[in-house]
Design a protein around this ligand. Structure first.
Ligand SMILES: O=CCCC(=O)O
Length: 501
């Protein structure tokens, strides 16, 4: 039993065995070589409730070799058996929905209703990739040379490393590990320092589901050792694929490290997503979808709306209704049933939000609502904030906000709105609301983003390819064929057949 397991948790779990705080390598709960631990903090109170091993580069080799040893056998297991293990994992995660929601609330700060939302989204991945495992297929065709036949097969790449963010810690692990395990790869996961416990709970359930030892190893670490540990994973010769979700700044570092070993990588990076609402939109529809998208997890989603462009005919009306609705948000601890918006997950998040508001104000923006830190029980709370008078020079327009700050910008024409929406280095998602079908299609083609919501807010789903363009990264996670292919190599066979011609 780890140090933290002996401590009293601030909540009760129906299945206390789900709680693990040591790293998971080759089927065992292990400490780091340094013997050091870091603290896991409840963002709603600022209190420590668990401690996990601080792994560093010296812990990487053992975890990767374990995955590699496992891979040698796992790659030969039939796709149906892999699918069955994924289904079993899926069932166990569903059975532990209540407990996993509790862990999510205390790690991320999100309200319980949102934790359930994340779990339902997450099990979409285990379910989907269980199906995908059996549908990996090659091709066969007759080439130009008439005495030959060409065929392709897909083979798993080997050991993958996943560097996972804290905002949707269960969904992001399952989106990555689900695809890898379906493909026949094994994986070392490095969860964020803020959210290691949910990841360890998933590893515990994967073990119970029958995945062999080393199929899914987890190395925890703190903020300070994250670069060291991540670099060692990216550079390890047995790691053949790296998947990272996080900031564009770090994504570029990961890409550089992977390029040294010519390793395949998937990068799901920052968003600065525009949300366009035209005069002819269904205002209720746009309002509800924006509300759910923008305030979800206190604005801490990569696909959230960063800049909301509203056409001049409805600008004032929309803004008044938005402010009235947003004033009803109840900010509090995620475990409190009345809470509709939790804290931000890190103290850095509060500081960043404050600096964005200060920068915008100094450059002439108007804060219509909020804009301040909330002193509540030592948690990391920030007021739901609404700002107008935004210009492209402001940090809040240029950077990914990742806080409960909603900015509104007025526009007149479609052309002007598209130009402004695309005026960013990023291209993760864009959203538009209009009842003009021609415009819908034009916007779908003209907005520069990997995912476009058409009269739709959040559209993330296991069956839909997820990924951005420009500096929001490359590669697809989720969706048919594409996500699993990220973990596979296509091998081409050419056979000369005597007597055919
Ligand atoms: O924040 C990144 C992931 C959000 C999503 O999968 O919808």
């Amino acid at each position: 039993m780890s140090m933290a397991a002996k401590q009293e948790l601030p909540f009760k779990l129906n299945d206390p065995d789900l709680f693990h705080s040591e790293s998971f390598v080759h089927g065992k709960w292990v400490k780091s070589k340094s013997g050091k631990f870091f603290e896991v903090v409840d963002p709603g109170t600022g209190k420590t409730w668990a401690e996990c091993p601080t792994n560093d580069a010296s812990d990487v080799d053992e975890a990767v070799k374990s995955c590699h040893e496992c891979f040698e056998g796992y790659r030969k297991i039939s796709p149906r058996t892999r699918a069955q293990m994924l289904f079993k994992w899926d069932s166990l995660i569903r059975e532990h929905r209540e407990d996993l929601a509790t862990l999510l609330v205390y790690e991320t700060g999100k309200p319980r209703a949102e934790a359930y939302g994340e779990l339902d989204y997450s099990t979409g991945f285990t379910w989907w990739f269980a199906g995908e495992a059996e549908r990996i297929q090659g091709t066969v065709f007759t080439p130009s040379a008439p005495d030959r036949r060409v065929f392709t097969i897909k083979q798993p790449l080997g050991v993958a490393a996943a560097l996972v963010p804290w905002n949707f810690p269960i969904a992001m692990v399952l989106r990555k590990a689900g695809a890898a395990l379906a493909a026949g790869c094994t994986m070392v996961v490095k969860p964020s320092p803020e959210t290691p416990i949910t990841c360890l709970a998933l590893a515990y359930l994967a073990d119970k589901a029958g995945f062999p030892k080393g199929a899914l190893n987890v190395l925890t670490t703190d903020l300070e050792k994250t670069p060291d540990l991540s670099e060692a994973l990216c550079r390890h010769p047995l790691i053949k694929k790296v998947t990272f979700t996080g900031s564009t700044r770090v994504g570029k570092l990961v890409a550089k490290l992977c390029s040294d070993g010519l390793k395949k990588c998937t990068l799901e990076l920052g968003g600065n997503c525009p949300f366009l609402i035209f005069d002819d939109a269904n205002i209720d529809q746009a309002m509800d979808q924006l509300f759910a998208l923008k305030w979800r997890h206190a604005g801490q989603a990569c696909v959230t709306a960063n800049r909301v462009y509203v056409q001049s005919g409805i600008f004032n009306k929309f803004l008044d209704r938005w402010n009235a609705k947003s004033k009803k948000l109840v900010v509090g601890h995620g475990a409190d049933k009345t809470t509709t918006m939790g804290p931000v997950t890190t103290p850095r998040g509060v500081e960043k939000a404050l600096s964005l508001v200060e920068d915008a104000k100094a450059k002439g923006a108007k804060v219509l609502m909020g804009g301040n830190k909330i002193s509540n029980n030592n948690g990391y709370f920030f007021e739901p904030t609404v700002i107008t008078g935004i210009t492209q020079e402001m940090d809040v327009a240029k950077e990914e906000i990742f806080a409960p700050i909603c900015t509104f910008i007025q526009f007149d024409s479609e052309q002007e709105a598209v130009k402004a929406a695309n005026d960013t280095s990023m291209g993760l998602a864009s959203y538009c609301f209009t009842k003009n079908v021609d415009r819908i299609w034009r916007l779908f083609e003209n907005l520069e983003a990997g995912m476009i919501g058409l009269n739709t807010g959040n559209s993330s789903a296991a069956e839909s390819p997820f990924g951005g363009m420009k500096e929001s990264g490359y590669g697809k996670e989720s969706g048919k064929d594409v996500a699993v292919s990220e973990y596979m190599v296509t091998k081409t066979g050419t056979l000369t057949v005597e007597g055919l011609v």
